[in-house]
Write a protein that binds this ligand. Sequence first.
Ligand SMILES: NC(=O)c1ccc[n+]([C@@H]2O[C@H](COP(=O)([O-])OP(=O)(O)OC[C@H]3O[C@@H](n4cnc5c(N)ncnc54)[C@H](O)[C@@H]3O)[C@@H](O)[C@H]2O)c1
Length: 437
Amino acid sequence: MNKPSEIAPATGKLGVLIPGMGAVATTFIAGVEAIKAGLGQPYGSLTQMAAIRLGKRTENRSPRIKDFVPLAGLEDLVFGGWDVFPDDAYAAAVHAGVLDNSTLDALKEPLEAIKPWKAAFDRDYVRRLDGPHVKEAKSKRELVQQIRADIQRFRADTGVDRMVMIWCGSTEIFLQPTAVHASIEAFERGLDANDPGIAPSMLYAWAALQEGIPFMNGAPNLTVDVPAMVELATERNVPVGGKDFKTGQTLMKTILAPGFKARMLGVKGWFSTNILGNRDGEVLDDPYSFKTKEESKLSVLECILQPHLYPELYEKLYHKVRINYYPPRRDEKEGWDNIDIFGWLGYPMQIKVDFLCRDSILAAPLVLDLVLFTDLAQRSGRRGIQEWLSFYFKSPMAAPELYPEHDLFIQLMKLKNTLRFMQGEDLITHLGHEYYD
Ligand SMILES: NC(=O)c1ccc[n+]([C@@H]2O[C@H](COP(=O)([O-])OP(=O)(O)OC[C@H]3O[C@@H](n4cnc5c(N)ncnc54)[C@H](O)[C@@H]3O)[C@@H](O)[C@H]2O)c1
């Protein structure tokens, strides 16, 4: 048996701070309200639905995760957020068009009460977006201060006990780490100098970490995936994680690719294309934002298939990802994959996947789980990168010397073993030899 972690109880209210109150955020918030009102079930959420096996298979101990670790309850969540548009959560959800109007009308009162604060926004970082609800400031430092003031006001007004911030804002232009991201000091200087390497998403993250609030990143933006942020998170004992919610096509990839590798089947080509027509699709229509998303989507296969170990199977893999903005589809994305594989003696085969999905319906339960697990991580004294939450991300953050783990099933095992470890239960290795001795 491991020694259980000391976990502070989930008493009081948990504030959920969301930069970007668009389709994903409002589907998440409205979903929580709908579940609380008995209007729907939390399908897709591990924290609400999944069981966890404990001990030997003969023990038949499989409690629900929410009964095994102390998580905040849905009734304890209080929402606040920022957006470039002043619409309250009801109006934003109607605009997003994900949930039907009869569901939203039943939830009008709690949703209308959530009004976003002015955004820290700059069109240089999201070129297809322009809105009126934006903070004015002379420097990036001043913007961080204004975000911190919003957080402090929210804390005072609502009396929340703890908070988690989760980025559900747009995909920003592609940025790579530079000197300004190398240390806390360099970043602080960059805030005064308005360094172009500091994107708006980083201002929210910096504000959160300074306030001792964990930060999770649902977009592929660089944001907390730089040394200065990890250093600050470690110094302040705060968890961070990202990047980019693993939902439609990439979820499929991380389910299928481990299977091909497990059976030593080769992959010659993987062509992925999408049509989607929501605001996210419009933002991604800009090549600078698309580049950020493309990098995130492309990294997956290389890491799972390990061409350096299996050059004859995967070295020549041609991987192409396309996203096409097509307004009639709104949030109901369609993702096609053509996969050219080969088997025994090199004989070729093809697999076609056509996933008619709903982007925000797949993303909303991930937001809920990330909020609840991140709060648990904070209460159990974990800080810095939360690799055990890789399960939720297309492009998981990992320590600099490690390659990220992309295989969905390894990620799930890592997540569940972390929960077992926290509670002092045996880790499950699936060895199983004791049943036959
Ligand atoms: N839906 C999915 O399946 C999915 C999967 C992975 C990642 N994502 C990412 O999640 C994010 C949200 O997706 P969505 O479909 O809700 O998009 P959306 O366009 O509906 O919502 C994003 C919101 O962020 C706001 N915003 C942009 N910059 C901001 C800033 N600096 N401060 C405050 N608000 C800001 C926009 O005004 C918009 O309302 C996107 O980055 C998307 O790429 C979504």
